[in-house]
Design a protein around this ligand. Structure first.
Ligand SMILES: Nc1nc2c(c(=O)[nH]1)N[C@H]1C(S)=C(S)[C@@H](COP(=O)(O)OP(=O)(O)OC[C@H]3O[C@@H](n4cnc5c(=O)[nH]c(N)nc54)[C@H](O)[C@@H]3O)O[C@H]1N2
Ligand SMILES: Nc1nc2c(c(=O)[nH]1)N[C@H]1C(S)=C(S)[C@@H](COP(=O)(O)OP(=O)(O)OC[C@H]3O[C@@H](n4cnc5c(=O)[nH]c(N)nc54)[C@H](O)[C@@H]3O)O[C@H]1N2
Ligand code: SF4
Ligand SMILES: [Mo]
Length: 838
């Protein structure tokens, strides 16, 4: 790691420590402060301080305080109680204040939240600003520590140069969700850039934008006919999971709540309650995940990327066997049949029913016999599932985000959305919309808000906005970007390549974004992005492509009100104050942006005289003044006394009002109805430009294989690869925690049939390779993976060996950079590769 020393002063921790605890540390070694050795962890399996000498009695820690804060590691945002003594976190407890009965609510955290002390006080945490060593290449990871003044000078000099030389459109904050934490998504950089004339805008997230586009165009608005953009977060407009307690059948497509919604009050718990009740659950997935692992009869294996074919066949059976109430469909939907098509599409056999029955489009009936060889689901099973949906009194149909994270994701996701509308299972108790289950979360604020509060980030004077996934491509060929080819919003074309990147809170330079080898190549070229500033807590692989790295404070070292997520039965937030002093020389983004604003002569305009802590309190006051929750504490300080705040909620089925009276409660689409046939999409299909014949847009939901489908498998690359979320990481966060890595090994799942022909056994090291990259990884041979395919967890940190092979095992080393046709979003699950024993 070049010239970075790991031994710099840990004054942040040590300063507050008493002599007694220092003495204890001297005997114990520093592991007590920063976590523990893997061995001691495996012995105890807890998050207790590990050394016997330093281990304080949990009941009697010297000067112990319990400070509420939260885990900022996934959308669940669990409240945590930090037991702090002498300025150091000693141990961490989850919510213990809730109802312990089955069916009660307690926001219990997962193994990551319970390991958070090891993350916050990890010895590898960045300690001072880092500057790339002169003469070394980006990606080599050679850095020297510098003082903050020098760091801000450099930041200022390069930003000023870029603005003067290339203009504001050449500057971009490279964003990603970073931390899906409901309180800190945003950046003070935006406020400063807005004062400086703006920067290139970005839209969407790497999570769900394919589904957002699929749903917002049909169900809630239309980005083409109603300018102003697609609606983000439409994906979540399913019913909350507890609504499914009124269902007799639950059908889930690519949803792995037992991995991705682990917290005690999230949907995984609702599914457990349904099982207790005897509700039948069907999980359609390419692998048997944790959700259904104890209930193997619930798993319906499907060939990756073919959900659109299954959904079409289900809808075919529903219609042809009389399960579809056509009058009801006509009253709420356009484009179902000839009668309900918009004028522009009449007389062309362009309806959804034409597609399904084989009287339009490809003229093929979408029978189970048609879908079976595509999906590899037996014909009888498709008939049975369709009839079960048709016969169910109440059927709850939902999808996770795995289906849409592939090349034909928009079409597959939209096809799934049609099942509730054709079967009539929507807008009623026990039903959903085929979208993701809606979570609920309480109010949130911290030192900044996006467009309210005392210091809003403001309006971006640069109107041009690109899909956030094109963050690397815009460095390479931004000047060629157009609205019709690249999804540029608000203007017809861009004028410049991006030359200055501010990579704050992201692993999307070279880890979480598709085709990381290509990304690295673009980023290595200093004639393209001339200066890259990054900020993180660790020297991640993405940070190694930055010229300057700024060490940030952890969320737990700040004041904030964070929204705790639940599956809809209550609404909660947690008040947090710093659980410990800021360690080393880390500073907050506010601190360094104030200094940067000062260099531009804009300090007063930027701060308007506010100090950090005042802003949080003022934002809280503004929030209370506009809040509809009467029980919220009156002041932030009262909130800090309370810690965890929550109130009950009643989960309602999505679209209930529209279902009850579609004329009185129209949707926000041009027709006011659910647009199965979307004129905006027909217009896009006719005018947008594509380089690849696979990429096309359809006005109705349909199955199309898309780029890198099973049809593209060859002898050279015969296997379909896909990814899922890891229990031990949030995306690439927590890679640094050894005990978690031991708890859940990084392995590739491969079916025994595919393993046998390759001589692979569980525990063998294998290489997975294709034209864009190669990774080395351990194999797990398991019938929980469909044959002809493999899957691995996403988020493992990329790490190259001397041959350029990713021995870290980052899934995105294998994903080409090919974007979804409509949204232009990430297709991380569209992998074709070969596996061989090493
Ligand atoms: N193959 C594959 N790729 C995927 C996915 C997949 O399923 N498969 N999933 C996609 C999805 S859903 C998403 S959301 C993206 C996630 O992509 P990212 O949001 O880029 O992923 P993270 O790994 O969470 O990276 C966040 C980085 O920000 C740092 N960070 C967190 N909080 C802070 C903070 O307060 N300040 C600073 N300075 N740094 C902070 C963390 O340490 C971490 O290194 O990945 C996408 N990529
Ligand atoms: N533990 C943990 N929890 C997390 C995260 C994390 O990193 N770790 N990340 C958070 C974030 S940012 C997000 S966006 C959410 C996402 O949460 P989820 O929507 O649950 O996302 P994924 O795990 O990407 O995909 C869900 C399932 O889709 C399956 N799948 C993949 N391809 C297909 C397909 O073609 N058809 C079908 N039917 N299934 C398929 C996968 O095998 C997986 O089981 O999770 C959040 N929660
Ligand atoms: S469920 Fe999410 S927020 Fe809760 S402890 Fe786990 S990682 Fe943290
Ligand atoms: Mo995500």
């Amino acid at each position: 790691m070049g010239s970075v020393s790991k031994d710099v002063s840990r004054r942040g921790f040590v300063k507050g420590a008493s002599l007694a605890s220092l003495a204890a540390l001297a005997t114990a070694g520093t592991t007590a402060m920063f976590g523990c050795t893997p061995r001691s962890m495996s012995e105890t399996g807890t998050d207790e301080p590990q050394n016997a000498v330093a281990l304080p009695d949990r009941e009697n820690l010297p000067n112990e305080e319990v400070i509420w804060h939260r885990c900022a590691s996934c959308g669940s945002t669990c409240p945590l109680q930090f037991h702090v003594s002498d300025g150091t976190i000693q141990w961490v407890e989850c919510d213990t204040t809730g109802d312990k009965d089955f069916g009660g609510i307690e926001f219990r955290s997962c193994l990551r939240g319970r390991s958070i002390r090891r993350w916050i006080n990890h010895p590898d945490r960045l300690k001072k600003p880092l500057k790339r060593v002169e003469g070394t290449k980006r990606g080599e990871g050679q850095y020297e520590e510098i003082e903050w003044d020098e760091a801000i000078d450099l930041f200022y000099e390069k930003l000023k140069y870029t603005l003067d030389t290339y203009g504001n459109e050449a500057v971009m904050r490279c964003t990603s969700l970073g931390t899906e934490d409901n309180a800190t998504v945003g950046s003070w950089f935006d406020r400063l850039m807005n004062l400086l004339g703006g920067q290139l805008g970005t839209y969407g997230t790497d999570s769900q934008t394919q589904l957002d586009f699929a749903a917002s165009n049909r169900l809630f608005s239309s980005f083409i006919t109603q300018p102003g953009g697609f609606l983000s977060n439409i994906s979540w407009m399913g019913s909350p999971a507890p609504v499914a307690l009124d269902a007799d059948l639950v059908v889930l497509f690519g949803s792995s709540a037992a991995t991705s919604r682990l917290q005690g009050a999230m949907s995984m718990y609702d599914w457990a309650q349904m099982r207790e009740k005897g509700t039948r659950i069907v999980c359609i997935d390419v692998r048997m995940g944790e959700e259904e692992s104890a209930h193997p009869d619930e798993w319906m294996p499907i060939r990756p990327g073919t959900d659109g074919a299954l959904a079409s066949a289900i809808n075919y059976v529903l219609i042809t066997e009389g399960f579809a109430d056509e009058d009801q469909i006509r009253s709420c939907c356009t484009g179902y049949d000839e009668e309900t098509l918009p004028e522009s599409a009449k007389g062309q056999h362009a309806s959804y029913k034409d597609y399904l029955l084989g009287t339009g489009y490809d003229m093929v009936a979408k029978t189970p016999e048609w879908a079976s060889p595509i999906t590899r689901i037996p014909v009888d099973d498709i008939y049975q599932l369709a009839r079960d949906i048709g016969n169910a009194e109440r059927c709850f149909i939902a999808q996770g985000l795995g289906v849409q994270r592939r090349a034909n994701g928009e079409l597959n996701s939209a096809s799934i959305m049609m099942i509730p509308f054709i079967s009539g299972h929507w807008g009623l108790p026990g039903t959903s919309t085929g979208l993701k289950t809606a979570p609920s979360g309480g109010p949130a604020c911290n030192e900044y808000t996006v467009n309210s509060g005392v210091l809003p980030l403001g309006e971006n004077p640069v109107k041009a906005s690109i899909p956030v996934t094109k963050r690397i491509e815009v460095i390479e060929r931004g000047h060629e970007f157009t609205a019709l080819r690249d999804g540029v919003h608000n203007v017809d074309k861009l004028n410049a390549d991006v030359k200055f990147v501010y990579a704050y809170m992201t692993a999307c330079l070279t880890n979480q974004t598709p085709d990381v080898n290509w990304s690295a190549k673009v980023l290595e070229d200093e004639s393209k992005a001339e200066f890259i500033v990054g900020s993180d807590f660790f020297l991640t692989n993405s940070m190694m492509y930055c010229d300057l790295i700024l060490p940030d404070v952890m969320p737990q070292e700040t004041y904030q009100l964070a929204a705790v997520t639940s599956s809809g039965r209550n609404i909660a937030s947690v008040f947090g104050r710093p659980v410990q002093e800021r360690p080393f020389d880390v500073r907050s983004e506010w601190d360094w942006m104030v200094d940067l604003a000062d260099r531009f002569g804009l300090k007063d305009a930027f701060t308007e005289g506010y100090e950090y802590e005042q802003i949080v309190r003022a934002n809280y006051d503004a929030l209370v003044a506009s809040s509809t929750f009467p029980t919220l504490p009156a002041t932030f300080d009262e909130g800090l006394e309370l810690g965890l705040w929550h109130t009950e909620a009643t989960p309602e089925p999505s679209l209930a009002a529209f279902r009850a009276d579609p004329a009185a409660n129209p949707l926000n689409t041009p027709s006011g109805k659910m647009e199965i046939y979307c004129e905006g999409l027909a217009q896009a299909a006719a005018t947008w430009e594509f380089d690849d014949e696979y990429d096309f847009i359809s006005p109705i939901p349909m199955y199309a294989p898309g780029f890198n489908s099973y049809e593209d498998c060859t002898e050279e690359y015969p296997l379909l690869g896909s990814t899922w979320k890891s229990k031990i990481r949030f995306q690439s966060k927590f890679n640094q925690i050894d005990v978690l890595n031991q708890a859940c090994r990084h392995v590739v799942w491969i079916n025994p049939l595919d393993a046998e022909t390759r001589g692979i056994q569980t525990g063998d090291m294998v290489r997975i390779f294709n034209d864009v990259g190669e990774i080395h990884i351990e194999a797990r041979v398991t019938p929980r993976m469909v044959p002809g395919a493999f899957a691995l967890e996403n988020g493992r940190m990329r790490k190259l060996d001397e041959n350029g092979v990713d021995v870290g095992g980052c899934a995105n080393t294998l994903v080409p950079h090919h974007w979804a046709p409509l949204s232009k979003f990430n297709c991380n699950n569209s992998i074709i590769a070969q596996i061989a024993k090493l």
